[in-house]
Design a protein around this ligand. Sequence first.
Ligand SMILES: Cc1cc2nc3c(=O)[nH]c(=O)nc-3n(C[C@H](O)[C@H](O)[C@H](O)COP(=O)(O)O)c2cc1C
Length: 132
Amino acid sequence: MLDRVVDGAGADGLEAIDVVTRPALEADVDDVLVADGYILGTPANLGYMSGALKHFFDTVYNDCLDVTARRPYGLYLHGRSDTDGARLAVEKITTGLGWRLAQEPVSSIGPLDDATGDRCWELGAAMAAGLL
Ligand SMILES: Cc1cc2nc3c(=O)[nH]c(=O)nc-3n(C[C@H](O)[C@H](O)[C@H](O)COP(=O)(O)O)c2cc1C
């Protein structure tokens, strides 16, 4: 899903947008502060986001509060049965941060297929286009 999101964000006409990817466990406050928008990705685990993404939020939350409010974000999720809990958990935190959900999240259940890939591409492209 990440590869397709990145492909979309780098589509023709979007060359002005710098796309930076970070594993959740490596992203730090500076990464968040310098970015104009965010695309988050996570599996659904035990009805929640990944521990890695939760750790990311724990790490950056206080320093990003207020400063990053109203910045746009997108979200993609992958699960085997139900991603609703993970989505809700992310949205609670991003609401606290004041981030703006700029595109409908992409949720994939089960094996990834071409249609999901296309939706991920569109998510990346739409998020990047929104920053032009
Ligand atoms: C401990 C554990 C908990 C999981 N909990 C959920 C869950 O609550 N909802 C869900 O849809 N999938 C759940 N899954 C499935 C993962 O989301 C899935 O394995 C992940 O999206 C990666 O997909 P893949 O195994 O096909 O690569 C869980 C998997 C594990 C290992």
